[in-house]
Design a binder for this molecule. Structure first.
Ligand SMILES: [Zn+2]
Ligand SMILES: [Zn+2]
Length: 597
């Protein structure tokens, strides 16, 4: 579950450029606060680099400009990055005024930690790199000369607070983020993507469109769905439930808490305990809030003897689960502490398994596509010989079936060798959003462990007891995370079928209010979600507001429309469809809704 910021592959040129830029930035900051700046760490990250400092005062945006300008001078000086290997004591001597470096040197000397304090297998040598008059504790690699950093492809982007070693009990430092690319054009594209990402940020849109909130009084990571967000969730659930019914799923409902013995058997208290809330004591028993729904569905399976004729069984539940995530990693709808999964558990006979996989994959793709996710990438995680439940032979058929099913689906897929969890192989589906970012949504996960732990069986044609295959399947995943992804993908301009308000009537003057109300009534009767903007603002202001609210259709009505019994239709894309009869508009809208546009 823990997701770390990925470190780019060290041998790439961009990695060297960014790593080197971090050193140049540290030099500029040291010069700005001579004798006062304390250096922590400065690694390259996925699309740039950062460096953490303890400084005598908070940095301002003007400081960043000054630092950036000084960086360009240093780059222009074309200084060599000189490496030198030294002993721990020599390093301590050199960094005697740098307490964070001294701590890092201790870690390097003891082994097991690298120069960023991150765990590593080997015991590293201690080395420093010097450019111009600046020396840093570092293993490299770097570019050879500062001039190999393109000054036109470099930018410092922000300052944020960061705890030393990510530990909230230790010093709060200032982290300067920067980015560096090979060309100015790459930098421009990156900045554009960042700008777009900001505009699409689901936390911001969640506020602006009044979709959801988090209340400090309720608690961090616990989402409150407002009426408009709630409408979208209801529509998504209604659609998905209808599809599930068609797809041969049965709906079950299970409680939010269960006895500790259940979680003992399921193994959650062994391997998932850090994500579980502390137990509730009741009648001398301990009850836990459920972190997953699986053990409950298993109890339903076990409530009677199952015959081979009963299978497959497909239990679906929008199950709300609670997982403890550290407050530092909570992020809007994407990392939360209470979440509702569109969860399902499939129980089938070995001979049904390939068809079941095909079905569940096709089912998942159809649903994801209905929400406008057209770019879907699949990842197949295979057995990790180091940690795997069951015998290797057990893994073969399911892994083959998963791969064969991916082949048939025509999806682009990648095999993550040895990346499976210990209880079985799985397919992850990730959607690519409008900015090319990947979001993990669906998982189709085999499980060899739980059927065994809970002693699941069915009576076969031979009259003997057999173990069924069990597949966990979450499609949207968590509704919260899915919603966050949906908001960012569509930038809040949801497809018409999902828009909480589909049309806003905009009367030009008060005398058009009555006609607007009549039209709204007709549209509502036809099943549209409609609002009338009754404020006596100017028409242009009302249009702007409806546009900001990303309402798909704006229906302007004035004297001409009243007289002709028509509406003037504008789209949120600013396209003007002109005047049309209410019936024509309804036809157009229902076509868009049908097509899930
Ligand atoms: Zn370095
Ligand atoms: Zn499950």
């Amino acid at each position: 579950m823990g997701k770390k910021e990925e470190r780019p592959y060290p041998e790439t040129e961009l990695y060297r450029i960014r790593h080197s830029a971090a050193h140049v930035m540290a030099q500029a900051v040291m010069e700005m606060f001579p004798g006062e700046a304390k250096l922590a760490i400065g690694p390259p990250i996925e699309e740039g680099f950062y460096y953490d400092f303890a400084l005598p005062r908070p940095l301002t945006p003007e400081d960043l400009e000054t630092i950036e300008a000084r960086m360009r001078e240093i780059i222009g000086g074309d200084f060599r990055f000189e490496k030198q290997v030294l002993s721990a004591d020599e390093a301590r001597q050199l960094f005697q005024d740098q307490p964070y470096k001294l701590e890092l040197i201790d870690g390097l000397e003891a082994g097991g930690l690298d120069e960023y304090g991150e765990p590593i297998a080997e015991k590293p040598e201690i080395s420093i790199y010097t450019q111009d008059a600046f020396t840093d504790l570092c293993r490299g690699p770097h570019v050879e000369h500062t001039a190999q950093i393109n000054p036109d492809a470099l930018k410092l982007t922000s300052v944020a607070g960061a705890y030393w070693r990510g530990d909230e009990h230790r010093d709060m430092l200032q982290r300067i983020y920067g980015t560096a690319w090979k060309t100015g054009e790459e930098l421009e594209q990156y900045l554009w993507r960042q700008e777009q990402a900001k505009l699409r940020d689901h936390r911001r849109l969640g506020r602006e469109l009044d979709l959801f909130s988090v209340s400090e009084d309720v608690g961090p990571g616990l989402i409150l769905w407002h009426p408009k967000g709630g409408m979208i969730r209801k529509l998504a659930e209604d659609f998905s439930r209808a599809e599930h019914e068609q797809g041969g799923y049965e709906f079950v409902y299970t409680p939010h808490i269960g006895k500790s013995s259940l979680w003992q058997t399921s193994g959650h208290l062994e391997w998932f305990a850090e994500y579980m809330y502390p137990p509730i004591e009741l009648d001398e028993q301990q009850y836990y809030l459920k972190p997953m729904n699986c053990p409950f569905h298993i109890q339903i399976y076990k409530s009677q003897t199952r015959s081979y004729r009963d299978l497959p069984l497909r239990y679906a539940e929008w199950g709300t689960v609670y997982r403890y995530e550290r407050s530092g990693v909570l992020h809007g709808l994407l990392r939360v502490r209470g979440l509702t999964q569109d969860d399902a558990h499939l129980f089938c006979r070995p001979d049904q398994m390939p068809e079941e996989i095909d079905k569940v994959l096709e089912f998942s793709l159809n649903i994801l596509r209905a929400f406008g996710f057209d770019e879907i990438h699949a990842y197949l995680s295979t057995r990790n010989p180091e940690k795997a439940a069951g015998a290797p032979e057990q893994w073969e058929a399911p892994t083959r079936a998963l791969q064969a099913s991916l082949e048939r689906s025509g999806l682009p897929y990648q095999i993550d060798e040895g990346e499976a969890t210990f209880y079985g192989p799985k397919i992850d589906l990730k959607v690519e959003d409008a900015l090319g970012r990947e979001w993990q949504l669906s998982t189709i996960q085999f499980d060899f462990l739980l059927p065994e732990r809970f002693g699941l069986s069915f009576v076969g044609e031979d009259g003997q007891e057999h173990q069924p295959y069990m597949i966990h399947r979450a499609l949207m995943g968590a509704m919260e995370r899915f919603f966050g992804t949906l908001i960012e993908h569509h930038a809040g301009a949801f497809p018409v079928w999902l828009s909480p308000v589909q049309a806003t009537l905009i009367p030009i003057a008060d005398r058009h209010l009555e006609y607007a109300a009549d039209v709204a009534e007709r549209l509502r009767e036809a099943g549209l979600r409609v609002e009338v903007d009754e404020r006596s603002d100017r028409m242009s202001a009302k249009i702007r507001d409806a546009q900001l609210q990303k309402v798909p259709y704006m229906l302007v009505v004035g004297d001409r429309e009243v007289e002709a019994g028509r509406v003037s239709v504008r789209l949120r894309s600013e396209e003007d469809l002109g005047s049309m009869s209410v019936d024509s508009f309804l036809e157009r809208a229902s076509q868009d809704i049908q097509a899930k546009h």
